[in-house]
Every structure is written in C-alpha cells, then in structure tokens.
Design a protein around this ligand. Structure first.
Ligand SMILES: Cc1ncc(COP(=O)(O)O)c(C=O)c1O
Length: 380
C-alpha cells in the first residue's frame, strides 16, 4: 500500500527507547516522567465507590459537573481567577488531548506557532499534522532564559499561537512574573492564541510562585491553560486532565473535542472531584516533591555530575561534561546498559538535537529508588 506519511520524521520516542532499554538491562528507570509509587488509596477507593454508584456510562461532554466545579474552585482558591464551569472548563484525556485539540482547533495550513526548546515532545507533531509550522526559540543551558525581544522579532502575520510550558519539562525551570508580563506585552493587540501548558503547576519549590497565565488579565483573555491530574495525583495511567480558557475560545475547542473523544473516563472524574475537596491533596505537593529533589541532590553532591537545583517539576537535569565528551544519547545508553540507570538525554528535546551534555532524571520515585540511583551516579 502506498501512502504519504503526515509525520515522516517521527520515529519511536526516546521515552519508549530508554524505558525498553531499562527493562532489558534491569536498570533503575529515572527516564520517563511518572511516579513509581501508588496514587493515594483514598482516591482509589473513591474510584471504586464511583463505579459502584453507577458512574460507568458516558460522562457529560464537558466533563462531570462536580469536577468542573472543583477545578473552578481551585482556580479561585490558588489564583483568585474565575473560570465558569458551565462553558470555560473541559475535562480531557490527559493534557495531551487538550493540547492536541487546541492545536487542531486553531492551526490552519502555513500558520506559525512559536515554542521554546528544549520542549516536551507532543507540540510539534500536532502542529505538523495540522499543516502548521513550528518556530523554535532555543533556551540555553543552564538558566534557560527567554530573550523576549528575539521572540517578539519572530512575530508576523502568520503567527497564530505561542506555546509556553511553565513549570518547564525538561529543564525544571519556571517563567517569572517578568516573563509572563513580557508575553502579555508582545501579544497585546494581536490575534495570537497562547497555549500555556501548566501540568506541573503544583510542583514549585523554594518558596517560588507558579505564575499561571490566568494571573495576567490581558493574557488570560487569549490563553488556554492545560493541566494533568495524572501528574498531580500520581496516576498518569488514568489519563485525565483538563483545559480552560475564555468562553469564545472554548466554544471552538468544544466543537473539535465533541468529535474527537466526546467525553472521557467517568468514574475517575467523580472520584477526583470529591478528593479535591480537601485542598491539601494539591497544596502539599511542593513540600512532598521538594523533599525528593533535595534527597536526590544531597545524595549526589560529591559526584562528578554538576547541577543547579530544579525550581519546579519532578525533573532534575545533570551536567556530565566533567565526566566525558560523549554525546548525550550515547552516554545515556551507556549509563543504562553498563551502570543500570536510565535517564533522558536533553538533546532529544532540542532543535537540531543540540547536545549540551545534560541528562534529565525524574525524581518522582520512592526515596529508596532515588538513593540507589544516587549510588550509581556517585560511582561514575
Ligand atoms: C509538559 C507536559 N505536558 C503535557 C504532558 C502530558 O500530560 P498527560 O499525561 O496528562 O497527557 C506531559 C507529560 O509528561 C508533560 O510533561
């Protein structure tokens, strides 16, 4: 059969490659971004309760109302920002579906989308499938600062969207208030839509504050925020997330969502809605993950790896340039095969696979796993 691929350059992702390699060599897997500990038993019990209570058929298209209300309450509590559960919030199959739906709703052939690299890997394929063009702005290791004047210089008639990810995977950095004000300034009086991927919003450390796009009134009016319950509540396998934005934009989003998935998993929505009534389920997360970051960094402080503590997310990047000149993909494979520890080479997130001799480690793992991983890093 003959067909023309819409994604000719997409192969198996590095996450699959490294996880398979980790399995094959019985290595500790700090590569993929998911916890190796269970979701709270209380939440699991609530899912069972929802199933036993009959929430086993299609959910409402926009999501269970109780969950949309809980999300709205959370925005009010954390950011004093209002999203109407009736028409400004939609529950999605993870943040990934929200992101894909936003892009496919608005990107037409030849539209340009500005994004920042290193970047999470689901944005560019979605842009390409819809005929758009990614305009990548490189953020340099180690501080990953944005040059907003340069970003501004890329804006033209074709610029349809800017995608930001704060807190940022894989760098572990956040956009400051000044960054968000710059973004607000350069998009003011334009038709540019902003997609703000905020899946790590609850994992911000050292007293820093997550600068959600909803805190900036002009920005909010052009922005979709995407979020992931999988990241927040340690159950990435449930693939539940949401998207919110101003009514006029959500109206278009919903048209596509309706024929893409229509609605998503019902009992988990009912359970999470009830679970979130206790705000400590998400307000405790910075302390929980900062403990893990500190444990990991303290355990490797005498190793040859160089680090700047992550400001946020559950990723820590480590610079191995004092150890070898090898490229990062080869070094990551060697670390897995010969030393029994899997990580992700940063070059796979970069434009033209720029190699800055940095690996990403996921610290959403039990303390015991992190200490075992640290022992390996100390031995290199
Ligand atoms: C930055 C970022 N956005 C989105 C996602 C996808 O989230 P979900 O699993 O809810 O689809 C991830 C998952 O790793 C991520 O790191």
């Amino acid at each position: 059969m003959n067909h023309i691929s819409k994604l000719p350059n997409v192969a198996t992702t590095i996450f699959t490659t490294m996880s398979n390699l980790a399995k094959e060599h019985n290595a500790i897997n700090l590569s993929q971004g998911f916890p190796n500990f269970n979701s709270d038993q209380k939440l699991i019990d609530l899912v069972v309760k929802a199933m036993n209570s009959g929430f086993n058929q299609y959910a409402p298209m926009l999501g269970a109302l109780s969950l949309r209300e809980a999300i709205s309450t959370k925005f009010q509590y954390l950011y004093q920002s209002t999203y109407n559960p009736e028409n400004e919030i939609v529950v999605t199959c993870g943040a990934t579906q929200a992101i894909y739906t936003i892009i496919s709703t608005f990107i037409h052939a030849d539209d340009e989308v500005i994004l920042f690299k290193p970047a999470y890997d689901c944005y560019e394929p979605a842009i390409a499938i819809n005929g758009g063009k990614s305009i990548a702005m490189h953020l340099n290791y180690p501080d990953y600062q944005v040059d907003w004047k340069l970003v501004e210089s890329q804006i033209n008639q074709k610029t349809k969207m800017i995608i930001i990810n704060t807190p940022q995977n894989p760098c572990g950095t956040i956009f400051s208030k000044a960054d968000m004000l710059e973004l607000e300034r350069i998009t003011k009086d334009t038709n540019i839509i902003v997609l703000s991927d905020e899946v790590y919003e609850h994992m911000v450390f050292d007293g820093l504050k997550h600068q959600s796009a909803c805190l900036f009134s002009d920005l909010k009016e052009r922005t979709f925020i995407t979020a992931s319950f999988g990241k927040t509540f340690h159950n990435t396998g449930w693939k539940l997330g949401y998207c919110c934005g101003p009514e006029a934009l959500m109206k278009e989003f919903i048209k596509v969502h309706q024929f893409n998935v229509y609605c998503v998993n019902h009992p988990t929505q009912i359970a999470i809605a009830e679970y979130m009534n206790d705000i400590s389920t998400y307000t405790n997360l910075p302390v929980f993950f900062q403990h893990k970051r500190d444990l990991f960094l303290d355990a490797i402080k005498d190793s040859k790896f160089k680090s700047i503590p992550s400001q946020a997310t559950y990723f820590q990047v480590l610079d191995y340039s004092d150890i070898t000149n090898e490229n990062d993909v080869d070094f990551a494979k060697k670390l897995t095969i010969e030393n029994g520890l899997a990580a992700i080479p940063l070059s796979v997130f970069n434009e033209d696979n720029l190699d800055e001799k940095v690996l990403r480690f996921c610290f959403a793992k039990t303390d015991d796993t992190l200490l075992k991983a640290a022992k390996i890093l100390n031995s290199i």
